[in-house]
Every structure is written in C-alpha cells, then in structure tokens.
Design a protein around this ligand. Structure first.
Ligand code: XMP
Length: 326
C-alpha cells in the first residue's frame, strides 16, 4: 500500500543495506529533493552522513543562509560548507552552450565534494578512512529527461545525472530515484521536515547559471539575482506562491533593446518571467498571473535593477518549451 510512512521505511531500509557501515556525504542544494534525501539517509545511518553545501556562486539571494540555518535547525545534521564560487565562475567563463554549462557545473559539484572529504573525515581520521558514498536527491523525472530511462531522448542533462564525470570516486545513493516531486514532499513531511523546506518551489541545482542566456559572469549574476529577488518578493506578498509550481526569472544577457528611462535613451537587457503550473514538471502550463502583480514586478525590476529596461512574460507551455530556458 502506498503511504508516505511505508515508502519512507522501505527507503531507509534500502539505504541501510546499501551503505552498510560506510560513510556518506550528501550535497545539499537548498531544494526539497536533496533535503529529503539527506533526511532519509540520516535516519538510516545517523552521523555517518555529513551534508555538504557547495556555494557555487550561482545561488539566489539568501539561499546559502537558508540552507545553513533551516536545514541544520530541522535535522541537526552535520554540515560542511564549501566556498567554490571562484572555481565555478572561472570554469564557466566563455561558455554559452547550455549542455556545456550543465556538464561543467555537474563536474565541479563532484570535485567540490571530493575536496570536502578530508574536512568531512576530520583531523583525527586514520589513513584508510574514506567516504565511499555520495547521496543525491535525483528524482524520476531527472532520470527520464537526462536520457536515463529506456527509449527517451536526452532533453537536458540534469546536473546530478547526465553531468557526472566518468571517473566518479563515489558510489551513488539515490533513494528518490523512482519518485515524483509530490511523493518526495509526502515523504519529507513524514520525516518531520518543516513546511518551509518541504513546500519550497523547485530550483535547479545549476542555479542561476542556466538562467543567464549567454556567458555567466559575476556582473550578470548580480543583475539576475536582484531581478529574481524582486519577482519572488512580489509573488510572495501577493499570496501567489501556492498557485505556481515555480517561476524562473531569466536574463537574456546577449540581447539588448532600446528603452527610455529618466532623461534619456537606454540600451539594456530584457528579463523574462516564466511562471508555470505543473504536477510533476514533466509537463507544465504557463500560469495566468494577475495583471496587477505582473505590473508591480515589471515596474520594480525596470526601476530598481541596473541595465534592465524591459520585462517580458513567457506564455509557452511544456511541451514545447521546457520550464528552464537552458
Ligand atoms: P525543465 O527545464 O527540464 O525542468 O522543464 C524540469 C524541472 O527540473 C528542474 N531542473 C533541474 N533540477 N538539476 C536540478 O536539480 C538540473 O540540472 C535541473 N534542470 C532543470 C527545473 O527547475 C524544473 O523544476
């Protein structure tokens, strides 16, 4: 019988069997999936799990603090933070192809995890000690859309599936691999995770790196982070969070258009709003947001964010458009 309790118990048992008396690390992204995966594995193997948060510099405003605070408060898990933004940004420099970006980000995540192992083991660790397992919050749709399911085309390489290096030093533990998002949320609630974590809207592991169309640079990240925080703030204060699945905010960094602001002509970038409604992210519809909310977001972004002079709304369903632009 499908109940969250049954599923959680079965998954915990599977993880125990797989990991035995080994040690594991779990990459936390701030999202629901990695949080639920970590909580499951923590139930299974206790403090032989260490969570690792890689700050790749592609996070949204406030995200790092949220992981460091909320997740640790909810689970008491051990958390190591790796500051890898310099490396990620330099590896991404000059790269514009979406799949290339995804592969670089996937690879750098793994390198960061490998680099964190000595800190995870601690100073007192003896020579033979190691971390054999890497826990990932991979879901069924990630596997299917990365071409992992039988007979499916590779639509895009999710950072934790198609982007993994071939010489991976870890065995993967992916307890959520057969689940959809709503099931993951149910399991998370069953494990006692708070609603701020379980109810969070999806956010992709590669972060803002795949929401800048064009090369990813520090300046562009700053523009997008600012626009995104305005959109999120307005959606939340309009009480719309529950009605949308997620709302990517995208910077068309290689596009400029003419505007008129203040005393004169501007030549700035467009920001795209991509609000979607969905059950499982396999298909999606664009959300009919109230005009007043769209207007507030547009006015604030063009007034407050330097270099942005236009806000456009994406009215494409999935298919044909995917949710993320890259
Ligand atoms: P698409 O763009 O394929 O997105 O329609 C479907 C859902 O997956 C999220 N997404 C990702 N999540 N790593 C993730 O953890 C990724 O590489 C990735 N790519 C897309 C996306 O935000 C949406 O919820």
């Amino acid at each position: 019988e499908w109940t969250a309790a049954n599923i959680a118990d079965a998954l915990i048992e599977q993880v125990r069997e797989q990991v035995g008396d080994g040690r594991a690390i779990c990459g936390l992204s701030g999202g629901v999936d990695s949080a639920v995966a970590a909580a499951l594995v923590q139930r299974a193997i206790g403090d032989r799990l260490t969570c690792v948060f890689v700050d790749h510099g592609l996070m949204r405003e406030g995200e790092r603090q949220q992981v460091e605070r909320d997740f640790v408060a909810a689970t008491g898990a051990r958390l190591v933070t790796v500051d890898a933004s310099e490396t990620f940004l330099s590896e991404l420099s000059g790269v514009t192809d979406p799949e290339a970006k995804r592969k670089i980000i996937g690879r750098e995540f793994i390198r960061s995890f490998e680099g964190a192992v000595s800190e995870v083991l601690g100073e007192g660790a003896s020579k033979g000690e190691k971390v054999e397992f890497l826990v990932q919050g991979t879901l069924y749709p990630d596997v299917v859309e990365s071409g992992g399911g039988s007979g499916t085309a590779n639509i895009k390489s999710h950072h934790n599936v198609g982007g993994l290096p071939e010489d991976l030093q870890f065995d993967l533990v992916e307890p959520l691999r057969l689940l959809f998002k709503d099931e993951v949320r149910a399991v998370g609630r069953q494990l006692g995770l708070p609603e701020e974590i379980v109810g969070r809207q999806p956010f992709p592991g590669p972060g803002l790196g795949i929401r800048i169309i064009g090369e990813v640079t520090r300046e562009r990240l700053e523009i997008l982070r600012h626009a995104d925080s305005i959109a999120r703030e307005e959606l939340t204060s309009a009480g719309l969070d529950g009605q949308i699945w997620q709302c990517p905010v995208v910077l068309l960094a290689d596009v400029r258009s003419v505007g008129v602001q203040g005393d004169g002509r501007t030549y700035g970038h467009p920001i795209v709003l991509r609000p979607v409604s969905s059950e499982d992210a396999m298909t999606a519809d664009w959300t009919r947001l109230p005009y007043e909310t769209l207007e507030r977001i547009s006015t604030r972004i063009t007034n407050e964010v330097a270099d942005v002079n236009r806000v456009v709304l994406d009215v494409t369903s999935k298919p044909p458009g995917t949710i993320e632009w890259e």
